[in-house]
Structure formats: C-alpha cells, structure tokens
Design a protein around this ligand. Structure first.
Ligand code: SF4
Length: 428
C-alpha cells in the first residue's frame, strides 16, 4: 500500500476538493499520511488567488520537488486553481512535478496514480474530512457568474454550477450521521445559489431543507454577495432555528464610485439597506465582511468614505486585503494600479486599528455573560478552545476555557475577561 501526503493550501473551497480527493484515494487503497517525509507520493492542492497565495504554492511545490529529485518520494502531483491556470509555466519552471491537474480532476488524479480508470458518479460520497469531526464545509456550488473587476476566480473556477438541493441535503445528512454538528455553507457567491439549476432553486429553499436535518445543530452562511441577498433569505435569520445569526458578506468597499468600477452590482446605499434589513430581521446577527484597500483610483476621499462606513456600521468581524493585480481580470487590463504599496499598507492598518477597537468593545460586553460554546480542541495548558455562534473556525475569535472539555460537545461557559480576539471563560 502506498503512502500519500496531501498538502491543502488556500481557502475552504480548496479544502473541500482535497477532502473529496482523499476520500477517493482511501477507497483506492492508498494510505494517507500527514508528513511528506513518510510519503511515497505527495499531492499539493494549490491556491492561485493573490500573489501571496501563489508564492506559498510555489514554495511548497519546490520543497516537495526537492524530495522528488533526491528520490525520497516517488511521485509529485500538483492540482488546484494555480495549477489549472498556470500549468504550462509551472511545467517549465518545476520539472520535478510528475503531473498537473485542475480543481475538479479528482477522478483523473486517481486514475493517474493507480494506472486504472477511476469512475465514480458521486465523489462526495467518500469525502474524508480534514476538519475536526464536529464541523464541515458544505460547498453548495462551484464557480461564479460575476465578473468583479479585480477577481480571477471565475477565470480559474469557471461559471457557476450549483449542486441540487437534494444532493446538498443528502451530503449534509451524511455528514451529520458521521458526527458533524456544524455545517459551514460555502461557494464563490452563495446568495446566487441555484440560479443555474433547472428548475431554479434558491438559497433560502436550501436553508429550509438543511434546517430539518436532526443531527445538525448549527448552520453558518459564508460568502454571501450582498447584491444577491434576497429578502426571503434575510427573514430566515430570524426564523430558522438552526441557521446561526451570522453572515459572512464581503462588501469589498463602501464608495459607490469604486463599487461601480469593481462591478459589484450594488452601491453604498444598497449595501446599507441590506445591513439594516438583516439587523431588523435579526437584531443579534453577527456581520462578517471583507474589503479591499488601494483599488485603482482609490483617492484619500474614497478611503475616508470607507473608513467612516466601517466606523458607522461596526461590523463584528472584518478582513482587509490590499489590492493586487490579477492577470486576465478587467482591472488588470483596463485600470492602472496607481495607489503606492505603502499607502495600501497604511490604509489597511488604519482599518484594522478601528476594527480592533470595535472588536475589543464588543468582547468587553460579553464579560459576565454565559455563552454556549462548541469545543474545537485542547491545549497543553490544560485549557480548551471553543467558539460561540459568533465565530467561524479559523477566521474569527476564540474562547479559552479552563479544563479539558470533550471536543465536539457544547458547553455553557461564563466569560471572565476578553481582549480583541480572545475571550477567557470558566465552565458554568
Ligand atoms: S463574486 Fe466576485 S469576488 Fe466573489 S468569486 Fe465571484 S467574481 Fe470573485
């Protein structure tokens, strides 16, 4: 039996691809190991979105390439967005790689490694989770129909292909039976879910069905495009018992001028209306967003508009990216990347500073309250790490609770102190 090490880089969508491939590999009698030094074969699932992710992908491939040229591993396979888009360049630059594949070439990779044709009609069936057993990502659609000016994802992942409601529900049910309690709904643009299906389906219909799955306790919505957020979906936040009052809704900017250039389909007032509607439907909803600073043509005035917007809206969670040109996008071809790098960094710091203050103030208000926490892991310091409904794994705040409580279980914990990103508790 051959040992395979799979290194998954990038976002949760890539992680799901890795999990599907791992499931197929296990079924094909490969042994999965977590270190490339013990492996016969290394697979790198690359990310090609943004310079930093591409650099990381190249570093990881080069490191594995060294093992391959020394004969310490027998095969090196590269897959994912970066490989799909730049395979010719990579072939030329890194000849140690045996084969390059795209994002959804699971069957082809297994056929390549086994030398036999691998045909599986439902690759999700064997999916092997890389997350802790109690939560899993549910990728409800692949690809994206939007042409946001700065984004190369549609060039790498293609147009949107939604999975049917039945397929998504079946997978969520299967995950629930395996012990998953929290489902994190992802896609490139989840609020556009189902437009491409025949007959059409909607995100709120899917949520209604997911809400009926007994084994699942929490459903969390990510990557909601504000322009496609339907009022029927908004009201679900106040109504569906398992749908957490949490939404990850990237707004990208707050200047209508820049939003128009970004081709986001919604200006500042439209975004504000969505936020108001969400808060009216569900007053305790947690809003997560992400923004880009230093987009071509962003003046000091545009930036101040964004800064004031962030101060006014007080998002609960916020990520900031500095703009970088993505090959083949509208912005790269038609606009000039004219904001100096240092100005981009300064703007990012200003936003992060205000966001830290907001986060600190919000967390201080939790002191003395009791929170329902799901336990994610244990620390050597005899503490457990967990999350409340306010926090998605990997990207949001953590709760530290004294004592080792069962991983994957819910406990009630009393908050005793809090900083910007960490909340300290004792079991209630
Ligand atoms: S919605 Fe826009 S930013 Fe998001 S993946 Fe699609 S094109 Fe990219």
């Amino acid at each position: 039996m051959k040992n395979i090490n799979l290194i998954s880089l990038g976002c949760a969508k890539n992680l799901v691809d890795s999990e599907i491939l791992l499931g197929g590999l296990k079924k094909s009698n490969f042994n999965i190991v977590d270190n490339s030094k013990n492996a016969d074969i290394v697979i790198v699932n690359t990310c090609g979105f943004l310079d930093s992710a591409r650099d990381e992908s190249v570093d990881v491939i080069l490191e594995a390439g060294e093992l391959r040229s020394k004969g310490e591993i027998k095969q090196l396979v590269v897959m994912g967005c970066f490989s799909e888009r730049y395979d010719n360049d990579l072939k030329r630059e890194i000849p140690e790689v045996d084969a390059f594949f795209g994002t959804s070439d699971h069957a082809k990779i297994i056929s390549f490694l086994t030398g036999e044709e691998y045909v599986k009609s439902d690759p999700d069936y064997f999916r092997s989770l890389l997350t802790p057993k109690h939560y899993a990502y549910l990728k409800i659609a692949e690809g994206c129909d939007n042409g946001c000016s700065f984004c190369s994802i549609p060039l790498m992942r293609g147009l949107q292909i939604s999975r049917s409601i039945e397929a998504n529900v079946e997978e969520a049910r299967r995950l629930g039976k395996q012990g998953v309690k929290e489902i994190l709904v992802i896609g490139q643009d989840t609020t556009s879910y189902g437009w491409d299906l025949k007959p059409k389906a909607t995100l709120h219909e899917l949520m209604d069905e997911l809400n009926k799955i007994d084994e699942i306790d929490w459903i969390r919505l990510h990557y909601a495009h504000p322009a496609h957020l339907h009022r029927e979906m908004i009201v679900r936040f106040g109504k569906l018992e398992k749908l957490l009052p949490y939404i990850d809704m990237p707004i990208q900017h707050a200047s209508t001028k820049l939003l128009k250039s970004m081709r986001r389909g919604l200006g500042k007032d439209g975004i504000l209306k969505r936020i108001e509607a969400l808060r009216n439907a569900c007053p305790n909803i947690i809003l997560r967003t992400s923004i880009i600073v230093g987009y071509p043509g962003e003046t000091e005035e545009d930036f101040l508009e964004l800064y004031d917007f962030i101060k006014k809206v007080r998002f609960d969670r916020l990520g900031v990216f500095t703009y970088s040109e993505e090959e083949g996008t509208f912005a790269e071809k038609q606009l000039i990347d004219n904001v100096p790098q240092q100005v981009k960094y300064d703007r990012m710091d200003k936003i992060m500073t205000i966001q830290q203050e907001i986060s600190y103030e919000n967390n201080q208000q939790l002191i003395g309250t009791t929170q329902k926490i799901i336990i994610d892991q244990h620390l050597d310091s005899n503490e457990s790490i967990g999350r409340s409904f306010r926090d998605s794994p990997e990207v949001d705040n953590i709760f530290r609770i004294d004592g080792l409580h069962p991983v994957g279980e819910f406990i009630n914990a009393k908050v005793i102190s809090a900083s910007e990103y960490e909340i300290i508790c004792t079991k209630d």
